[in-house]
Design a protein around this ligand. Sequence first.
Ligand code: NAD
Length: 472
Amino acid sequence: MMDTQIVTQHQDGLADLHRIFDVQHGVTRGGLAPTLQARKSRLEKLRQMLVANEAAFVAAISSDFGNRSADETRMLEIGLVLNGIRCARKGLARWMRPEKRHVDVAFQPAKAWVRHEPLGVVGIISPWNYPLFLSLGPLVDVIAAGNRAMIKPSELTPRFSDLLARTIADTFAEDEIRVVTGGVEVAQAFSELPFDHLVFTGSTGVGRKVMLAAAANLTPVTLELGGKSPAIVCDDVDVAKVAKSVAFGKFLNAGQTCIAPDYALVPSSQVEAFGKAVIAAVGKFYPTLAGNGDYTSIISDRHYSRLVGAVDEARAAGATVLSARDDGVAAVRKVAPTVVIGAPENGVLMREEIFGPVLPVIGYDSLDEALAFINRRDRPLALYAFSHQRETLEKIVDGAISGGVTLNGTLLHAAQDGMAFGGVGPSGIGGYHGRDGFIRFSHARSVLKIGFINVFEKLGPPWGGLARTVSK
Ligand code: NAD
């Protein structure tokens, strides 16, 4: 009985997928781009939907996680999407204006301009860690650019995904925006649809599969992927202050943040002091853990065991483990904030993206050595550096390429609508947010208007050697 139900739901999901795509595809091929007013009205409807359902979204996400800090959901998910909407509504008229371009003297008199036009139907595949922000954040820019959208949220946040599907269906027409829910089979079929653009946020491994599926349709992709983002602590800073900043970025959402500092590089003589200062900062942020609503649970048993296993492996290899222990955390799938000193380079903690509240601290003797350590690995999604010296910060930014950077802090570059957020190499392809998102999800269409005379048509053919004169 159970199996039949699952199979039927699965088939329904797949059938819906193609039907909705056909409906949206049809309207994008049939008419004019949505006006400024139509786009602003969609953004306003999205804003109202979010505000009206804030409590329900907070509750659904918390129940998917086991416990998710309500303030984190309000601030890092709903708040950031509302900021994005505000920015788009404010900038849209300017962004949509055709851009005048230079015409070379050889082609005068003529006028040239670029129009940013909708691409059509954009697919959005989102992960579980910030399920709302990473579904609706891209959607804001996709709507601003005048597109239709289909969203496939993660199967690991089923209550959130169902709520999103319902609220979007209540707010928007089927030919505007729809959410499709389901497991990996639905996600795979989703990525095979001939979208005009596909935005995927998730792991690097699945990102590869999505890009392969998209290639069959020549669908352009934006891939927001993962990686190991380092924090470099220089020898001129107050270790306790920086430890607090790193702990803030690391333990928010219990480390399940794509741009969380994955590991810290600290001058060798200060490794122990820094590790202790991180644990001291944690004690202030989260005086208790198990019953503390501010400290988020790990999303699934599999991820919980993965994290505990990785720390056990490092401990068995001789690493020192400092932990803000609180008995009972296992029962609510919380992993206590943990610092690992001396994690082996070939162990899970230093080989894979950690994606949990475990911070390896690694000593270095020179800045060049720290930069070489980063550059031996894949280009990370984010880079953090702490120093009072401008030259030192510049050396670090120049010396290690990453998707984005926050200097003397963590995470906050991703909260800016004034600049693109994205990865580089294995941490991603393409960025969005604000105007950069509008541009990313638009087609930059070049238009040339010939003036009262077209010199090229006037002169030939037969060219009579003109090409040789022009090329000199
Ligand atoms: P994931 O790659 O396992 O899943 C992401 C989405 O892909 C889900 O909706 C899933 O249903 C779908 N999916 C799974 N298999 C698929 C397939 N074969 N074809 C198409 N879609 C498929 O990622 P996750 O575990 O949900 O999220 C964690 C990862 O996401 C981490 O690596 C993290 O760094 C990364 N991440 C990146 C960013 C960013 O902005 N760069 C943000 C958040 C998370």
